[in-house]
Write a protein that binds this ligand. Structure first.
Ligand SMILES: Nc1ncnc2c1ncn2[C@@H]1O[C@H](COP(=O)(O)OP(=O)(O)O)[C@@H](O)[C@H]1O
Ligand SMILES: [Mg+2]
Length: 245
């Protein structure tokens, strides 16, 4: 059926909520008129708390629905063609507790693999995934005893186990120490180079953003800047400075 297109496009996308006020329902915009086509391997989304980063990322796999406009992943609508889109797009939440459901990392990865790997081979396959991330030693530990950073890596492993073409990560370095952050950076670069995975992440970490091919700055629900990480970082700093003066 031809090669993978793997183009991601947003046209005139807006998201908002209705606030119940004494004067009646008032539309509060969260994202406004997002127009962007993404075809780079690695994309960073930078922006202050509440700027709309998570909402933007959740549009990629239909966790959030646009009020107007169109999101297309590989020509597919994340809401109407949810199944096909979710098989392409892996989503890693900031808080790993949102996605780890089993008592141990090994069981969690096995759960991820249940539709792809026969039961008899699942355990070995799950271990191989943990090994690839260098966390095989955590396989049978209780997830409750893991540090935030270790849990974050396990959550990432559970998503990678199903071999997504597009990996979306919402502030993936928040819980990571410097060592794990460098590990994540290398891992993501490897996924891009070896598996051709597309990586899209939001971040506050301007240093981590540097690994991206392209960076978008989101402010009050709009993309206000779109260029290289260096340029975007500079813009973001200026934005913060002008806000706090
Ligand atoms: N489901 C929702 N209902 C109401 N408000 C929301 C909802 N989701 C997000 N918001 C609001 O939209 C804004 C952007 O949120 P979010 O996308 O989480 O920003 P960020 O990830 O950049 O911190 C915030 O003001 C947040 O409170
Ligand atoms: Mg967020």
């Amino acid at each position: 059926m031809g090669e993978r297109v793997r183009e991601i496009s947003f046209s005139e996308v807006s998201v908002g909520v209705l606030d119940d006020t004494p004067a009646g329902d008032v539309y509060r915009p969260i994202l406004t008129d997002v127009n962007v086509t993404l075809d780079e391997s690695t994309i960073a989304i930078i922006g202050a708390n509440g700027s709309g980063k998570s909402t933007l990322l959740q549009l990629f796999n239909g966790l959030v629905t646009a009020n107007s406009g169109r999101v297309l992943i590989d020509g597919l609508d994340p809401i109407e063609e949810a199944k096909q889109v979710r098989s392409r797009v892996g989503f890693v939440f900031t808080d790993p507790a949102a996605q780890l459901v089993m008592p141990t990392p090994l069981e969690d990865i096995e759960l991820s693999l249940r539709k792809r790997v026969p039961k008899a081979e699942r355990r070995a396959a799950a271990l191989a995934v943990l090994e690839e991330l260098g966390i095989a030693d955590l396989a049978e530990r209780s997830v409750y005893e893991l540090s935030g950073g270790q849990r974050q890596l396990v959550a990432l492993a559970a998503v990678l186990a199903v071999d997504p073409q597009i990996l979306v990560l919402d502030e993936p370095t928040t819980l990571l120490d410097l060592r794990n952050k460098e590990k994540l950076r290398k891992l993501l670069a490897d996924l891009v180079a070896r598996r051709g995975v597309r990586v899209i992440f939001s971040t506050h970490d301007l240093d981590f953003a540097g690994m991206a091919d392209r960076a978008l700055v989101v402010d009050s629900g709009r993309i206000v800047h779109d260029s290289t990480p260096d340029e975007a970082t500079r813009m973001y700093r200026e934005l913060i400075m002008s806000d706090s003066s």
